[in-house]
Design a protein around this ligand. Structure first.
Ligand code: SF4
Length: 810
């Protein structure tokens, strides 16, 4: 195998339309080890992005010593990307792992035992429930736990405590995917399948730098591009990504203008009659509203608003209007930008207009970012009701109450679930007195970090953090619970094309660390949560009990898991839900018959106004919906709230690099990955760098209305007027020894005037999409000033979209 740090996507295995993607098994073992030295291989799937590549973990002497792709798995056919190869199994074995619970004593975190740590939590929990009631509790979880863990958390939060204040960091990455699917089709769930790549004649990537975020999926695209009859590629992205470089049409829109572009593309379909009148009549509703909203958006007006060529808008629309098998994928460039849900709905609308879904090569992937985000959404740990039930539908609430044998009144359904930024606002105001954060690091990933740090540290908040490392967030906690990581526990998770994988425990967790599931079950037991008949609310003995319970919860719902079991998931490939007795092999594509889950008795949501976020409500929905038909939702474009001006003349956008995942908790501790991208940077165009008087590697200060960053500059191929910063970097490994946020147990996680300021979210804005409530990370206004010369070129990767400008130095 080639060096997969520099050769990110590995060797090409070209194939043509309609053929099976060839197998290629990628494997890495610890230095000096041969395959024969491995004691055993344990089945799993990678948890470092939403692709969900099937893999096996190599174990020797009770330690993880390598990884290999599973060739029989439908997702990856044996391949793994750089993060999968070098991330989890190396990152989890690091000396920094938490091994004992910590509690705060006289301002310092000190080691203790589980009884003491859990006792503190339970005491505070009981006290708050008695004095302030269930709304005193908030839970903020992850996109990286397992299905069984989310479901346990969903039950204890909703039926044990009865709080609506539950969300996950999935709010930051995939909330818009869920929202757009609900608005258009009536329920969450990806219509498409990864196998659509094998069949399609065109791929549209909307704000989706697939080459860096889902490298194995991009390998599949590259193999099609190098084979006979390659698909045509259209890319919407302000940066010159690898995707853009391979695209026939690249639309480098100004950040914040996606909706104008989408309205223009749809207008072209109407103008040229590239629509399927019959499909529209039989399977959709509200097309005339769509037509009137997009009518003003001529290609020229789009060009002026978005900063692209009108001819390119026409070319992209023509490809969509005339190709026969089109796959669309969408990610953070749309989800974390202004008008997120409206823009993502327009992708659904394009497909509905052409009747382009539900058959091979014709699909939509409203992608996820994180590996288990789908399960968070399914299981209700993000505030939604489990199994895509509708909180506004009393029948659905009754259904759950029956399943859990609790009074329906305890299940929060009097108002929409509380989204993440509102949970933090309640903590700031003091109405939430206990915030329990699991497996995520908001002290680096949330917008406007100085405010988030203040909230996490305030005396009125009792903060519980469970994690595998002492993250910037954990450093602010009152109680820290050490948890088992991916290869150290058993459970299932579901990727972005609905493929469910089983991940088996390969090794023991270090020290006293426990699985997140054990922690939640232990809390439920200590709190003595009981059902109506006095039986324990959560009496599961382990993850398989949780999976069986979940199957019953999902029965008859769109994400029906009843045909799956641990036994069935062992040995072969992952399987796509819905999987039932009638569909024992799973379901490759949704909506093959043009029937959508919009019936008011069945749908997950009654929908929202895309401009205000106001819920449509049961009465209006029932009066207007045409059950079984998809709904064209549309919104006119208006500029983002924070636009460049004289003081802050540049547009600021944040994103990812191929070598890191989220806040680098694991990937920053993998030597190979960290060496590939060891420190933060910002990217500027040649023109903007010249204007600011800086050269490659100079240290610059980037300032927004909310904070500043001081990092080296990479002069790259980004569109002029826009600067980009990777959001992965925090303070635990800052070059001053970590004192800017890491290493200390006295409540760090902070930048200070004397310390390096390196987290991209110091600058981002506290603002969210009105429907999905996903924060707007990709629109802010900043200025850039040169501070001093650096030590040489920036250490930004040169293998990806961050590469130095093709035109050279200014
Ligand atoms: S593409 Fe994603 S799931 Fe697959 S190996 Fe890479 S990080 Fe893991």
């Amino acid at each position: 195998m080639t060096d997969r740090i520099s050769d990110i996507w590995g060797e090409r295995t070209a194939y043509g339309a309609g053929q099976a993607w060839p197998e290629r098994v990628d494997q890495v073992l610890a230095e000096g080890l041969a395959a024969d030295d491995v004691d055993r291989w344990v089945q799993s799937a990678c948890v470092l992005c939403s692709n969900g590549c099937g893999c096996s973990i190599a174990v020797k002497d009770g330690r993880m010593v390598g990884i290999r792709g599973r060739k029989e798995d439908r997702v990856n056919h044996g391949r793994l990307g750089p993060k999968g190869l070098y991330g989890s199994w190396q990152g989890e074995a690091h000396k920094d792992r938490l091994t004992r619970p910590l509690i705060r004593v006289d301002g310092q975190l000190v080691e203790t035992d589980w009884d003491t740590a859990m006792g503190r939590i339970v005491d505070r929990s009981r006290e708050l429930l008695a004095s302030k009631g269930p709304l005193s509790h908030g839970f903020y979880t992850s996109g990286q736990l397992f299905l069984e863990e989310y479901y346990a958390l969903g039950i204890l939060g909703k039926a044990g405590i009865g709080t609506p204040h539950m969300d996950g960091n999935t709010r930051l990455c995939t909330a818009t995917a869920a929202a757009a699917l609900k608005e258009s089709f009536g329920a969450d769930g990806q219509p498409g399948s990864y196998t659509d790549i094998d069949e399609c004649s065109a791929i549209f990537l909307y704000g989706h730098n697939m080459a860096e975020t889902q490298t194995v999926l991009w390998s599949r695209v590259l193999d099609r591009l190098d084979g006979p009859n390659p698909p045509r590629l259209v890319c919407v992205d302000p940066r010159d990504t690898e995707v853009a470089r391979r695209a026939e049409v690249h639309l480098p829109v100004h950040p914040g203008t996606n909706l104008a572009l989408m309205n223009g593309l749809i207008r072209e379909l109407f103008t040229h009659g590239w629509i399927d009148e019959d499909y529209i009549a039989r399977h959709t509703a509200n097309v005339e509203q769509l037509r009137s909203v997009v009518d003003p958006w001529t290609p020229e007006r789009v060009a002026e608003t978005c900063g692209v060529e009108a001819a390119d808008v026409r070319r992209a629309a023509e490809i969509f209007g005339t190709e026969n098998k089109i796959l669309s994928t969408v990610l953070q460039g749309f989800y974390q930008s202004a008008h997120a849900t409206a823009s993502a709905c327009q992708v659904n609308n394009l497909h509905l207009l052409r009747g382009m879904l539900g058959s091979p090569g014709r699909g939509i992937l409203q992608m996820n970012g994180q590996p288990t985000a789908q399960n968070n959404r399914e299981c209700g740990a993000d505030g939604d009701l489990p199994a895509f039930r509708n909180w506004e539908n009393p029948e659905h609430v009754q259904d759950l109450a029956r399943l859990w044998n609790v009074d329906p009144a305890i299940i929060p359904h009097w108002a929409p679930p509380t989204h993440a930024l509102q949970i933090f606002r309640y903590a700031e105001q003091g109405s939430i007195g206990l915030l329990w954060i699991s497996a995520t690091n908001p002290a680096v990933s949330m917008p406007q970090l100085s405010r988030i740090r203040d909230i996490l540290r305030q005396d009125s908040l009792f903060l519980v953090v469970q994690d595998i490392y002492l993250s910037e967030t954990a450093q602010c906690a009152d109680v820290v619970l050490p948890c088992a990581a991916w290869g150290e526990k058993t459970g299932t998770f579901t990727n972005a094309d609905r493929t469910v994988h089983l991940s088996e425990k390969a090794v023991d967790p270090p020290g006293e660390a426990r699985s997140d599931l054990d922690v939640f079950l232990d809390y439920a037991r200590r709190m003595d949560f009981r059902d109506k008949d006095g039986r324990p609310l959560l009496a599961w003995k382990g993850p398989e009990d949780g999976f069986e319970a979940w199957k019953e919860c999902s029965r008859g719902r769109p994400c029906d898991y009843t045909g799956l079991s641990y036994a069935k998931l062992r040995g072969g490939s992952g399987i796509q839900w819905p999987c039932t007795d009638e569909r024992p092999d799973g379901t490759e594509r949704l909506y093959t018959d043009g029937e959508f889950p919009t019936d008011p008795h069945y749908c997950e949501s009654y929908g929202h106004d895309l401009l205000t976020g106001a819920t449509t409500g049961e009465t209006v929905y029932k009066a207007t919906v045409q059950p079984g038909k998809a709904w064209f939702k549309a919104l006119d474009y208006s500029p983002p709230h924070e636009e460049p001006d004289a003081d802050y003349p540049l547009r600021y956008t944040t994103g990812r690099t191929v070598y890191h995942f989220h806040t680098r908790t694991k990937t920053g501790r993998s030597r190979r990955l960290n060496d590939a991208a060891p420190e933060p940077w910002i990217e500027m165009s040649v023109e903007d760098a010249a204007r600011a008087g800086c050269r490659e590697g100079d240290i610059v200060r980037v300032t927004s209305r909310r904070g500043r960053l001081e990092v080296p500059v990479r002069v790259g191929d980004i569109r002029p007027g826009t600067v980009f910063a990777p959001f992965h970097y925090g303070y635990w490994d800052a070059p001053d020894g970590g004192t800017a946020g890491g290493g200390s147990t006295s409540g760090g996680g902070a930048a200070s005037p004397a310390r390096p300021v390196r987290a991209a979210n110091e600058l981002t804005i506290t603002e969210w999409d009105p429907v999905s409530k996903q924060p707007v990370f990709k629109n802010a206004a900043v200025r850039v000033e040169r501070l001093r010369a650096g030590d040489g070129p920036s250490k930004a990767p040169a293998t990806t979209a961050s590469r130095p400008a093709t035109g050279g130095q200014p």
